[in-house]
Design a binder for this molecule. Sequence first.
Ligand code: SF4
Ligand code: MG
Length: 281
Amino acid sequence: MKGDTACTLLQPKEYKSGVKPVWCPGCGDFGVLGSITKALSGLRIQPENVAIVSGIGCSSRMPTYLNTYGFHGVHGRALALATGLKVARQDLTVIATGGDGDGFSIGGNHFLHTCRRNPDMTYIVMDNQVYGMTKGQASPTTDPNWVQGKLTPSGTGINPFQPLVIALASGANFIARTSSSDSNGTARVIMEAIRHPGFSMVQVLSPCVTFRPEQREWKHMLIPAPAAMEATSDPALAARRLLTDEGVYTGILYQGDRPAYQPKHEPSIDNIAELDEEFQI
Ligand code: SF4
Ligand code: MG
């Protein structure tokens, strides 16, 4: 469901489960939780028509805190689970949530092929450039010079993964970057991402205040993309922008028009004789 003005208007807080988040005080993921509830409320999507699917990590706890259907899966497999669910239940609004480690390292292969396949769902990645839940190791999006005690005492020395450029090159149909400190702005982008057909990728820069306290400064560094960079449907133009924007511009940066992946449902066979016949060589 893409939202229905005939449906009951629920307040954002009514999309919360009542389970108290265990995130560290000040974690950016609180803002994203608020943005998701505002977006669902704004679109008037009823909680029973939403499924939130995640993998493993701090931000992957998201399904627990929402009063929707949810699936907290295994590490890096959120997109595979979410794709299967969307194909089977086209009527649901499917949202995958997770972090940069879960999505771009352990789940990196699924990320590429979900962009390519283009199912009609939204992927919200809370990117803090670190593995937070396992106590602060470098992740795929970590800066090469970030020094972490014993594991990377001289930094990783390798260039970070560029999730939005990779998403574009792999076929994602909607690409946006937001800041968790801008809860209303992120909510507006998530609403557009849900509305847009196909695979929508939303990177939310969401500080890990425990292992990357310097990320508190992001709220002063991230700026709305200038009017000249408003969402384009030209992938070549979007690629040039994403490769040169130094990761500071927020907003909807690309909106394509590829048809969403939705295989036709074949009626299932429940007659044993028919099944036997199908498998005969
Ligand atoms: Fe948030 Fe970092 Fe704490 Fe995890 S470790 S809850 S990402 S602040
Ligand atoms: Mg992370």
